[in-house]
Design a binder for this molecule. Structure first.
Ligand code: PLP
Length: 399
């Protein structure tokens, strides 16, 4: 039987195929995997969720098990709206929030609501590969802008915006960007605001790692300066649990909000109301900031340990960018060897990394790769990095 599939889905999907093969390889119990981006399960509040679940079922079981509204559970939308005060954005209303199936769904919703084939989208280069995948479905022209140690390259961004005033939106991850772990400095943040002010380009801010900062100071959300021109994505995946699949989009433009809601209704009617209510109950009954603080202490120790191991075991001409939060480190190999070479050889020796290639729209055979530190034991980090160091040395010797 041969079905005729949609051309949208049968387009070549470099990012998807690459990621599927990496995740499959990394899933083996014999592999030390730094390839994924899983939060550490130590940070999951299991007893507290159990208590919240019981309370929701006892006090509000009929609502929790019934169909619900597309925009999301009011108590949760209220909590999220208030949270924006901690990101410098005042006046966000619960009505501005649409609760989604992780922030991932919000990416697909924005693509569906804003993109026709050939439309232009500005992205950081490299950027979150599943965002690229989500946008590719709608066949846009993707305009990559280099990211530097202090954030997006503002000269290149200004040129791109000037040459493409018709771009639909720019997708930016200002804190502990995936894959690079880099954050925008205040100076870059301010320049970005100036570049977008007065244009009709929507700034789509994705900020899943902002709350995982263990040193330095975070910049405010772009929504503080750009008002309804900025749509802000958020998620509970990195601060409470990814398994409940609860994220959101804060969208203060009424026309866009209506389109997003109408698309979401066709996709799933609404996000799992039971999960939303349990999460809202958990947030009402517990100090989530204290919980996040514990996660940050754990991640700081893991990041520092992995950075120590990278300094100790990798050849001197392999460099990495130190981080002050999030879940990833970004490593650069010397000229002559590619991250895919390292990935292949590393796997043979029992360690998986995530080569940079699928995070770039255009560049291939790059020398950069991502390692995740949040979900490995210290023993696995030391053993894995030591093996990576040996493989790098072999590849350098052969180059
Ligand atoms: C930058 C970025 N955005 C969005 C997501 C999607 O997260 P979720 O759908 O769990 O909210 C991720 C997941 O790793 C991510 O790194």
């Amino acid at each position: 039987m041969q079905f005729k599939l949609s051309t949208m889905i049968t387009k070549p999907d470099f990012q998807g195929e690459f990621t599927a093969s990496i995740l499959a390889a990394a899933a083996s119990p014999d592999i030390i995997s730094f390839a994924g981006g899983l939060p550490n399960p130590v940070s999951f509040p299991i007893p507290e969720m159990e208590a919240a679940t019981k309370k929701v079922l006892e006090e509000n079981g009929v609502v929790a098990l019934q169909y619900s509204s597309t925009a999301g559970w009011p108590a949760l939308r209220q909590w999220i709206a208030k949270r924006y005060e901690t990101m410098g954005v005042s006046g966000v209303k619960p009505e501005d929030i649409i609760v989604t199936n992780g922030s991932q769904q919000a990416l697909a919703m924005v693509g569906a609501a804003m993109l026709d084939p050939g439309d232009k989208v500005i992205v950081e280069d490299p950027t979150y590969l599943v965002a690229l995948q989500s946008f590719h479905v709608f066949d846009p022209e993707v305009l990559p802008v280099t990211i530097n140690a202090d954030g997006i390259d503002c000269d290149m961004l200004a040129e791109t915006v000037k040459a493409n005033p018709d771009a639909k939106f720019a997708y930016l991850i200002p804190n502990f960007q995936n894959p690079t772990g880099l954050s925008y400095s205040q100076e870059v943040h301010d320049k970005v605001v100036e570049i977008f002010k007065g244009t009709n380009i929507m700034l789509l801010e994705d900020n899943p790692y902002r709350e995982l900062r263990f040193a330095g100071t975070a910049t405010d959300s772009f929504g503080a300066d750009l008002g309804e021109q900025c749509c802000m994505l958020g998620t509970f995946s990195k601060i409470v649990t990814p398994g409940m699949r609860i994220g959101w989009i804060c969208v203060r433009n009424e026309e866009l909000r209506a389109k997003l809601l109408s698309y979401k209704a066709t996709a799933d009617l609404h996000t799992n109301i039971f999960s939303q209510m349990v999460l809202a109950q958990y947030l009402a009954d517990n100090d989530v900031d204290a919980h996040i603080e514990k996660t940050k202490v754990l991640y700081k120790a893991k990041a520092e340990f992995m950075m120590d191991c990278l300094r100790k075991y990798l050849p001197a001409d392999v460099t990495f960018t130190p981080t002050e939060g999030g879940m990833f480190l970004w490593v650069t190999l010397p000229e002559g060897i590619t991250a895919v070479d390292l990935y292949r050889k590393g796997l043979e020796k029992g360690v998986a990394i995530c080569p940079g290639d699928p995070f770039y729209e255009v560049q291939r055979n790059v020398r950069t790769f991502r390692v995740n530190y949040s979900n490995s034991t210290d023993e696995a980090i030391e053993k894995g990095v030591k093996i990576l160091g040996e493989v790098c040395a072999e590849l350098i010797a052969q180059a």
